[in-house]
Design a protein around this ligand. Structure first.
Ligand SMILES: [Zn+2]
Length: 149
């Protein structure tokens, strides 16, 4: 099926497409994240929002609360770093199959990078490589969140 044929089908029935995406998200949470292997640990709660990219592709931004996870600001920083580093990496030296998946997540500049009068990427890409987790981004986002309360 060509891209145009897929686009035409989606435009004819966007509700079914949105319902299917929601169904796939629920399956991913139930069958992957909450499966007996518990790849992220035991998930106590979750929250997500669905966003649509310019081309209409849905994606989620999600938060997962993991039982026993060290609390940022309460547990020692190295404990939090160790926990996060178990699940997050910027190393891109996996198998060819993983490289294909990782490449789907690599930032490529788009029109949105320079909207609102930005001359350079407003998301600050390319980012410098980091060997270890840095709390600068986490601290900044927590400060922004706290200032909204
Ligand atoms: Zn960009």
């Amino acid at each position: 099926m060509s891209w145009q044929e897929k686009s035409d089908l989606i435009q004819k029935d966007p509700v079914t497409c949105a319902r299917n995406f929601e169904h796939m998200v629920q399956l991913f949470i139930k069958d992957v994240l909450k499966c007996t292997a518990m790849p992220l640990g035991e998930i106590a709660d979750s929250f997500y929002g669905v966003e649509f990219q310019q081309r209409g592709s849905p994606h989620i931004h999600a938060l997962f609360w993991v039982k026993g996870a060290p609390a940022y600001g309460k547990a020692p920083d190295d404990t939090v770093v160790h926990f996060v580093n178990k699940y997050v990496t910027c190393i891109n030296s996996q198998s060819d199959e993983m490289k294909d998946l990782v490449n789907l997540q690599v930032h490529r500049h788009a029109k949105t990078c320079k909207k609102l009068g930005h001359n350079v990427c407003r998301f600050n890409f390319p980012l410098p490589p980091m060997k270890l987790l840095s709390f600068n981004l986490l601290t900044n986002s927590c400060m922004k969140r706290d200032s909204l309360r």
